[in-house]
Write a protein that binds this ligand. Sequence first.
Ligand SMILES: O=C(O)CCC(=O)C(=O)O
Length: 341
Amino acid sequence: MWDDTMRDTFARQGYVVVPDVLDQQQLDELNDVYDREILKGNETLSASSRNERRFNVRGRGRHETTDRHGNTYVGRRLWSKAYRDLIDNETTLPILEEVLGDPAWGHAPAHTPEKVRPLFRLDHDNVHYKPPRKPADGDDRGGTLHGGPPHFHVTCVYELKSVGPGDGGFGCVPGTHKPANEQKLLDMDGDWRSNWCDTEWTTQLPNWDEEVPVHRVEAKAGDCILFTEKLKHGTIPWAGNDERRTLFYKYVPFGMHHRDAAYDTNDPELTERQKQIVEYSPCWFNEPREDRDYSANPALTRLHPDARVESDPSVLMPGMCPPHIKLTDETRVKLLNGGGA
Ligand SMILES: O=C(O)CCC(=O)C(=O)O
């Protein structure tokens, strides 16, 4: 399935649609739980969010456990065998291993030791829901374009219902995962982040650079849109006759902090491999966000002995950008002075 054609498409566009990742039985199970947990049973959603639901479900039925590194986890996500099996889906797993493990793709820092390169992590998840919508149903601005070449996470977008022409949902500006193409956006006058797509409710800037066209990505139920967060992407207003039901599983390379969702690794229903994928790395190549309290998670601040201030760009595929290594000034000085991690 992940052949050179698909690899080339992903390298060129920054995304690729991997077809038929989920079979009908998996889709039925995922949709059944979705119906039960989200559409019918979820009393925690506020009335204002009934038309547009964007959330992760980690916080439902909260409970807390502590893993073997001393990190504390709170919460559960949509939780059934079908959802757990998406953590290490057999089709996307080898793709993730390659694009998150091989520093040539610009997600893993070049100094990541070979033996930990296959150990990517599920950083967090999101669920998007939209009811069927018609133009008369009122304003929908969709979302702004975001992402950028120094980002280092990769997302598997699983469609639980088909997304057809003109429906909306996932959109992007292919090629902008590479700085040279991103620059074409940065050079455009006007608010290109908000005004990037022509729909019933939104208008593209009249001076949009034709060299960086927008893709409205279609996919069948069961397909996976795999994209790098280096790519400029966003949500196109929903205009489908059917619902939008989309799951986002967002992965990072070993030892790279992004949003750090904290899954319950003590859940007995996880397989060993799933546990390893949701577990925090024991030490890190970048540092966690300063606006969060990590006192319950001591291992989240421990740097890997091979941590560096920058990732060597010479290993990259042509045009790719190395991952941003977020470090405090104090750590930078220490590393630059040869103090080690
Ligand atoms: O498919 C979409 O709605 C866009 C998702 C998105 O912007 C994201 O996952 O960061």
